[in-house]
Design a protein around this ligand. Structure first.
Ligand code: FAD
Length: 300
């Protein structure tokens, strides 16, 4: 499906940015810098990740407060089911609400370091769908994860789509995808989702490549294909600056193609490094606004 108003490319209607909770003072400064750099692009929300087994619980809450205090942006707190009972998990959601956070990215979560498989807590949620079911009706705006190249543990691509449908039918408002580089994966996934009766927005997750080697390792773990031409191109980048220029141009083109496909919202995995994301958004025509006007409140 092509949106004719996008045929010559275009500017995303809405943006969102993902950050992770910092573990050191230096990393906290970097988060501040990232938020202050990206806030003028007026994201409709920003999100803060949640470590396996609640390892970042306190830090996630602290990072959310930092973002609210420094930029007054709408924040989505990520929430996982790993290593916690149902009550403990829902308590985190209620703490989000008490801190003015009504958006939740509801996830099963990855197994903690050292563990090979996800093992639910004896009294815990066994899947993101169960978590969504428990959160639904409590007044949260709920986002879930989607996998254009299929989640590595899924029995099949079809069962993974069925799982996405279960999460949305249970009350989620939208899905954000795992990062991917080939637009065809996204296009086919969106078509298969539509054929399965999914009508909720599927927001592409964009990963600007700060470090090719690190990205490739992560991609292998989460089942994202890295095309050979990208490996060759980064291998031929003579300097770090060349690699960053290449990364900006690859992600800008990827976003441009997605916008031509009718995508309206782009979600960026910033890794708390704002410059590439900022440059890509500017290249797409997003205009920074004075900070006082930047706080986005609209829905994705
Ligand atoms: P689920 O939707 O529960 O699916 C997990 C697997 O089980 C899939 O393979 C699914 O197909 C299968 N499955 C589930 N139910 C059934 C069923 N009834 N029958 C058959 N198969 C089933 N991780 C973190 O730890 N912290 C974060 O903050 C975080 N943020 C993320 C944000 C986004 C946008 C994305 C895309 C991922 C994020 N992750 C995060 C990673 C995520 O936790 C992992 O990918 C995890 O392995 C799966 O989580 P999920 O919510 O997709 O799980």
């Amino acid at each position: 499906m092509t949106n004719s108003s996008r045929e010559a490319g275009g500017t995303p209607a809405t943006l969102s940015f993902e950050f992770f909770p910092p573990a050191t003072t230096e990393a906290t400064m970097q988060l501040w810098r990232s938020v202050e750099r990206l806030a003028p692009l007026a994201p409709s929300f920003v999100s803060v990740t949640y470590g396996a087994g609640g390892t970042t619980r306190a830090r996630t809450h602290a990072a959310i407060r930092t973002i609210q205090d420094r930029a007054r942006l709408a924040v989505a707190g990520h929430l996982t089911c790993v290593g916690a009972s149902r009550d403990e998990t829902l308590e985190v959601a209620e703490t989000y609400r008490a801190n003015g956070v009504s958006r939740i990215v509801a996830l099963r979560g990855d197994p903690p370091k050292g563990a090979e498989r996800f093992e639910p807590h004896p009294d815990g949620f066994r899947s993101a769908a169960e978590l969504v079911e428990a959160l639904a009706g409590r007044g949260f705006d709920i986002t879930v994860a989607a996998y254009p190249e299929t989640h590595p543990e899924a029995a099949s691509p079809d069962s993974d789509i069925e799982n996405l449908k279960r999460k949305l039918d249970a009350g989620a408002d939208r899905a954000i995808t795992q990062f991917f580089f080939e637009i065809d994966h996204f296009r086919r996934f969106r078509d298969r989702a539509a054929a399965a009766g999914i009508a909720a927005p599927i927001v592409p997750g964009i990963l600007p490549i700060e470090n090719f080697t690190r990205m490739a390792r992560f991609a292998r773990a989460c089942g994202t294909n890295v095309p050979q031409w990208m490996e060759t191109a980064f291998g031929n980048a003579a300097t770090e600056q060349d690699a960053l220029l290449l990364a900006a141009s690859i992600a800008t083109e990827q976003c441009d193609l997605l916008l031509r496909e009718g995508v309206e919202h782009l979600h960026f995995y910033t890794l708390n490094k704002p410059d590439l994301t900022y440059d890509i958004c500017r290249a797409l025509g997003c205009e920074p606004k004075p900070l006082g006007m930047a706080a986005g409140t609209g829905a994705a």
